[in-house]
Each structure stands twice: as structure tokens, then as C-alpha cells.
Design a protein around this ligand. Sequence first.
Ligand code: ATP
Ligand code: MG
Length: 414
Amino acid sequence: MTLKVELVIIGDELLEGRIRDLNGPYLARVAHREGAKLARMTILSDNIDELVQGLKEAQERSDLVITSGGLGPTSDDRAKEALSLLTGQAPIVNQDALRIVKQHYARIHREWSPGLNNYHLIPSGAIPLENAQGLAPGFLLRGHHKSLMMLPGVPREFKAMIDQHFLLELTRLDPLISKQNSLTIRTFGMPEEKIFNELMPGLWTKLEQFGKLSSLPQVMGVDLVLTPWTKVDYLDWVENVRNFVLSTPLNKLIWQWGEQELAQFIVELLSARGANVSFAESCTGGLVSSMITDIPGSSRVFPGSLICYDNKVKEQDLLVPQEILDLHGAVSLECAEAMAIGAKNHFQTDFVLALSGIAGPGGGSDKKPVGTLALAWISPKGSGSEMFKFHGNRLDLKQRFATRALFKLLEQLL
Ligand code: ATP
Ligand code: MG
């Protein structure tokens, strides 16, 4: 029997579209990895009656119910109240909760007092849970082969508490649960329908002989995730999958066997080579640099970039000749190449990429429609430039331009 896990996300702000849920995807990933089944995610409002009803139904359906949100000090935080109504147990002072809350406040050099909030009160029978990233404790209610774990909504806190408490409860409920190791094959350069219908019809069936297959399109490229059907020796299994895949035409599309983000992968490759990169960014407004600097340790491989949105900046800071701009326009191979040379002279990095494109919605023409990107690069392998055309709205296009540039960098690194 697979243990059923269910997530109840609480908050009017989610139902009103003011924030986007980040906790569901995190729990889903962790649960899947640990071999449990996340059977359902529900979003409930802060309304107390709906909350009580929703929790009751979730508990009836599932073995482990996790809730997210509504644990804070304000009057819209009703999770604890809902639990009290559900169990018929009023919140009472809990000595463990008291100790945990005092510790949480001590961590930020403040002293907790009962006037601040009711974090020390929990429904009798519940167990308080430490919150390594916040102030409000979570709590756990254990029933016969069932548990309810109430966690804060702030994603940083929710994540830390899942990491600390979820697996323990999972293995308590099902001591035989075992990790579900998947293999992610990250590909680039071909949409999924082409991979499975043209490149190699029959690939899907062949891969499914090794395990359950999911095909996940990314901003650019497709991730193929394979999970063994049954318990296997993982390393042997990976070896078999690899041997098969390497003998197929899919081989030439693979850029990574694993789950690292592209920017992370690139930063590690650069780091390992002791090399660095800089960018001259026009249409992406710094997005490529932002993706790189999202990665801890990127300072070892990234001294900086020039954002040259206006043509004057291209001329003044990157020394793009005015004739190029007049003759070819900013979105041209000539301009991108000149921008790359300007950035190379400025930063003296091993790799340089320059991007100039039209993110729209205005500014396109028949010859250079919205979605056109001029990309130029200089690397130890040589220099080059290429025009690309993409579709999408302004923000999609910025993402695609930036991702395309990073894939070009990856190609130069491999
Ligand atoms: P707090 O002590 O901050 O009140 P809480 O546990 O009561 O924490 P909420 O009040 O539900 O949690 O949410 C606090 C903030 O956390 C929200 O304003 C929102 O910014 C963020 N947040 C809550 N739930 C989610 C979620 N599911 N996904 C993303 N962000 C969330
Ligand atoms: Mg709150």
C-alpha cells in the first residue's frame, strides 16, 4: 500500500491571485523522491468553517495531511483554531511549545512574552514542531496510522520544516517506505513531439521498459524523467539506461544526466576550468547576469556585465561604432559582435556573450520581427554570431533570449 499524502494550502491571498503557491511543488518533489504519493493539493480560504470542513475531509481521505499557512499571530491565521474545532480540544499552554518559542526568539536576539502572540498554546494532544527559519512553531497531531502536520506558509519556513519533520513522520507511518530514485535526462535543441515522432519513433516504449517516463518541456529543451517501475539496484539501473540511450539518436541532444539548473551547471563547469564569463546585455536587461548570480559561488567565474539598453550606451561604454548602428541597426550580427568585442576589452574574460534583440510588443518589422535575437560570443574555441527567432510575450522572450545565450555558452564550454 502506498502511503497517501495530501497538502492543504491555506490562504485567501492565494485564492485572490495575490501570491502564487510555492509550497505545493516543493512538497510534491520531496514526497515523490521519498517514495510517497502526493495524492492531492487543495487551496482553502481562511474562512473558519471551510477550513474545518476541508481539514476533516482531507483527514478522512489521506494518511498524512500537511497544511501550509495560517499559523502566524494575526487574526487571519486560523489554522490552530480550525484544528481545535476539529478535535474539540481547546488550545492549552504546552511546555515544549513554550521552550521552542523562546528558542526561536532567542535566535533573533529578542525575548518572547505571552503578550506577543499565542505561539505557546496548542490544542491538547498536539506536538509542537521546531521552525528553524521562523518564529511560529508548527504542530503535529497523530492519530491511528494517520497524522496531520500543520506548517507555516512562508516558503522558506515551510521548506525547512518539511526537510526537518516530514521524512520522520513518513517513515513512522510506513517504516518500509523507500526512496524513489529517478533519473533525469536533460536535452536541448528539439521539441518533444519531434523527439518521439521523428527522431526516434518507439523511443517512448523502449524507455518505458526501464521505468515510468515523463517528458517535461522546459524554457528550451525537454527533460525526460525516468523512474524505475520496481525497486532496483539504482546504479546498475542507471548504467543500463545510459547504455541504451547512448546507442540512440537522443544521445546528441543530451546536455546533462542530472537535475542541475543550467546556470548552476555552467557555473560549475567554468569553476572547474578556472575560467570566467561576462555579458553585454541589451534586450535582456541583465537577466543573463541575474541567472548566473543566482548561483552561490558565481563570483569566482563572473566579474560583471554591461547592460547597454540605449544605443548611446552601446556606443559610449562598449565602443560600438556609430556606423554599425546606422547601417545595420542595434539588432544585427554586426552590432552584437561589436558589443562582444567591447565587453571582451572591458572585462578581459575567457568567455563573452552579447545579446541584442526585440522583446516587443513594439519595435518589430517584417525583416526583424518581435522575437528576433542577435547573439555573439567570444570564447577560447573562437568567436561567432547567430540570429534567432522566438515567439512569446515580452517576459517569455526575455527568458528565451537569456536561456539561449546560456546554452550557447554551454556549447562553447563542452
Ligand atoms: P506568518 O507568521 O507570516 O503569518 P503563516 O504561517 O501564518 O505565517 P500565512 O499568513 O498564510 O503564513 O502567509 C504568510 C506569507 O507567506 C504570505 O503573505 C505569503 O507571502 C507567504 N505564503 C504563504 N503561503 C504561501 C504559499 N503557499 N506559497 C507561497 N507563499 C506563501
Ligand atoms: Mg499569517
